[in-house]
Design a protein around this ligand. Structure first.
Ligand code: NCD
Ligand code: ZN
Length: 354
């Protein structure tokens, strides 16, 4: 609900795509999400990845232990698909509420994906099970073939792999994660209601030029990479359209300075600290504040078949300064801080105190 042009109050949002990592950094990053969002789909790309019921349960416990006191936040765990994952594990995990979905990383496509699937046809037994039980398949939709231009990898994935997959399993429930292209938007919009997509804040704010502004800027390097401006504009229209097939998924992916400032820097943008404010700026600029709640708090829950949150959150029109860097608890070494998305900028919306 928009109370006025200066305040907006919505059901508490959920983040349908989040990397929390593990160990010390988990404790350092989880509060940014847990203090604002009610639930989040937790990506399983640890090293080694989450492939068993036990590792998911243990990881969930570690996340819950790291949540600050007073925050009510539920991590929704996912399984990492491998060539030899058993369908029984997936089915049991989904039916027992341990897994809310399974993540498909084509092998070597992104951070910690060396355990990923080498050929989609090899895991038809898993797709068959997931289709039968209604378990969401979350896809990093890029090919990893080095002969495909990095900016074409999403479009090529859709044509080469996703369309054939959905011809084989037409009722499979699929979330195409962090979409970056008009091709992906068209694909999702022209599909049945079993296909949806998450959209990140960074892909709504930057195009690929951000990576090359006056030098090589690894802080804007993520996968899939941002694309041309026409794609960014189309993504803003899609996210703010109110359509049920598009919902919030930050893909917040923290990497400390030493892994970003490297001759072979890691892909990933840490946007969790100001994610909601960042999205809201886009909705305001697109004159779509009245559709923010659908994107942030309704469409995702509906797609996953989960109840809507009951609590509310308000944002007010008030400048907020995004710090240049954030200490994530790896004390002692300045190379171990993380730079948040919008670092050093002022955003025009702030979360209202309760
Ligand atoms: C993610 C990460 O660092 O885990 N990186 C990214 O650029 N988005 C992995 C992923 O979602 O691709
Ligand atoms: Zn991700």
């Amino acid at each position: 609900m928009i109370n006025s042009f200066n305040e907006i109050s919505i059901l508490k949002p959920d983040d349908w795509h989040l990397h929390l990592r593990d160990g010390k950094i988990l404790k350092g990053v989880v509060s940014y999400t847990a203090n604002v969002f009610s639930r989040a789909i937790i990506m399983p790309n640890l090293d080694p990845p989450i492939t068993t019921l036990n590792s998911a349960k243990e990881y969930k416990k570690r996340i819950i232990q790291a949540i600050p006191k007073g925050a009510s936040f539920t991590p929704l765990m996912t399984a990492y698909l491998t060539d030899d994952m058993s369908p029984e594990v997936l089915e049991r995990g989904f039916k027992e509420g341990i897994f809310y979905g399974a993540k498909l990383y084509p092998v070597n496509v992104t951070t910690n994906s060396s355990y990923g699937v080498t050929d989609l046809n090899k895991i038809d037994n898993l797709f068959e099970t997931m289709e039968r039980i209604g378990m969401p398949l979350l896809i990093h939709g890029e090919v990893s073939d080095l002969d495909v231009d990095v900016f074409d990898r999403e479009a090529v994935f859709i044509e080469r792999h996703l369309e054939p997959l959905l011809r084989r399993f037409s009722s499979l429930r699929v979330v195409l994660e962090h979409i970056t292209t008009i091709d992906a938007i068209d694909f999702v919009e022209n599909s049945k209601s079993n296909i949806a997509a998450t959209i990140t804040p960074h892909h709504l704010h930057i195009n690929r030029n951000a990576m090359f502004l006056g030098g090589l800027r690894s802080d804007f390097y993520c996968l899939p990479t941002a694309k041309r401006e026409i794609h960014r504009i189309a993504l803003r229209k899609a996210a703010t359209s109110g359509k049920a097939c598009f919902f919030l998924g930050t893909d917040s992916a923290p990497h400390t300075r030493k892994f970003k400032e490297s001759s072979c820097g890691c892909a990933g943008i840490f946007n969790a600290p100001f994610a909601l404010e960042s999205y809201l700026k886009v909705f305001e600029e697109e004159n779509a504040l009245s559709r923010f709640e659908a994107f942030a708090s309704i469409n995702g829950a509906n797609f996953y078949g989960l109840p809507l949150n009951i609590e509310k959150i308000s944002l007010v029109k008030k400048d907020i300064f995004v710090p240049k860097s954030i200490n994530v608890g790896l004390e002692g070494d300045p190379n171990d801080s993380v730079k948040p998305f919008h670092s050093g900028e002022i955003l025009g919306w702030s979360i209202a105190a309760n």
